[in-house]
Design a protein around this ligand. Structure first.
Ligand code: NAP
Length: 265
């Protein structure tokens, strides 16, 4: 039996085992997917052990950057982004990929093509890195980056400009850039709890598309709905990155519907 896993902290509520184990069963693949919740201080020791035991794994918060030091070959996109959320053992070597970027852009493009549009991204952590590189690759007009930590936003701006110098990237001090944006993305965990808003509601103008990476109807999305805006939560992105990880590991892409049904059930 092949062994796959999710490494992260905290990850108790992750949907990933459900998505992958359902697809393994459906496609008659003898494999299993488990959670390994690893305390940050034990990361190095635990990863070294798991690299010997596993055939492939996903990596999530807060290890998407740290994992790069333990992999042998990093795919071009993951290298640019500077983070990997998927690793696969091939001929004894560990290869790292970023499937968050693929999952995100696939989900976004089902609703809206970001080409030549201005995008405002709130949060500049691991997920925002994948999101903003996917946007840059898809020729957006302009990117605003807003984080409580402006240094973090500045670092991400520099990284995007290094690979996509033709795309203007601005570190936002406030939310005024949303007025000139057509897409708003929440890449912070703000909204996991009721009443939390990453952006004041008055900035949700009528021409804005809202994408919240959190996979539930957050207060931000409820507000967007109330105002008649188009929006989506992070579920399609989550399934998209899982489909792509699964394809990298097995060579087969499971149907979106199989994974979606599992979540809905
Ligand atoms: P992360 O690395 O912790 O990044 C979040 C960033 O947002 C941090 O820099 C954080 O700053 C910042 N932040 C927090 N509150 C903020 C606020 N009010 N305004 C501006 N910035 C703020 O987390 P992540 O891995 O990028 O994940 C972010 C969210 O995306 C999580 O909710 C995660 O579940 C979701 N996600 C979804 C998918 C999917 O497939 N749908 C994939 C990946 C992630 P501090 O560090 O200073 O708090």
């Amino acid at each position: 039996m092949k062994k796959f896993a999710l490494l992260g902290y905290p990850i108790k509520h992750s949907l990933s085992p459900l998505l992958h184990n359902t697809a393994f069963k459906e496609l008659n693949i003898d494999a299993n997917y488990k959670l390994y919740e690893i305390l940050p201080e034990n990361f190095e020791k635990e990863v070294k052990k798991l690299l010997k035991e596993l055939d492939g794994f996903n990596i999530t918060i807060p290890f998407k950057e740290r994992i790069l030091n333990f992999l042998d070959v990093i795919d071009g996109e993951a290298q640019k982004i500077g983070a990997s959320n998927c690793a696969c053992k091939k001929n004894g070597k560990w290869h790292g990929y970023n499937t968050d970027a693929i999952g995100f852009i696939k989900a976004l493009k089902e609703d809206i093509n970001p080409k030549n549009l201005t995008v405002f991204v709130v949060g500049c952590g691991g997920a925002a890195k994948a999101v903003s590189f996917a946007l840059a690759k898809n020729n957006v007009k302009k990117i605003f980056l807003k984080d409580i930590d402006t240094q973090k936003a500045g670092k991400l701006k520099k990284r995007i400009e290094k690979f996509y110098p033709q795309i203007p990237v601005f570190v936002a001090e406030d939310f005024s850039g949303i007025k000139n944006s057509q897409i708003l993305i929440n890449a912070t965990p703000v909204g996991m709890k009721e009443g939390e808003m990453p952006v004041p509601a008055e900035f949700l103008h009528k021409d804005l598309y809202v994408f919240d990476l959190i996979y539930k109807k957050t207060p931000l999305l409820k507000e967007a709905q109330k105002r008649g805006l188009k929006f989506q939560d992070g579920l399609k992105m989550l399934i998209g990155q899982a489909q792509e990880s699964f394809r990298i590991w097995t060579g087969v892409e499971p149907a979106f519907e199989i994974m979606l049904e599992a979540v809905n059930r």
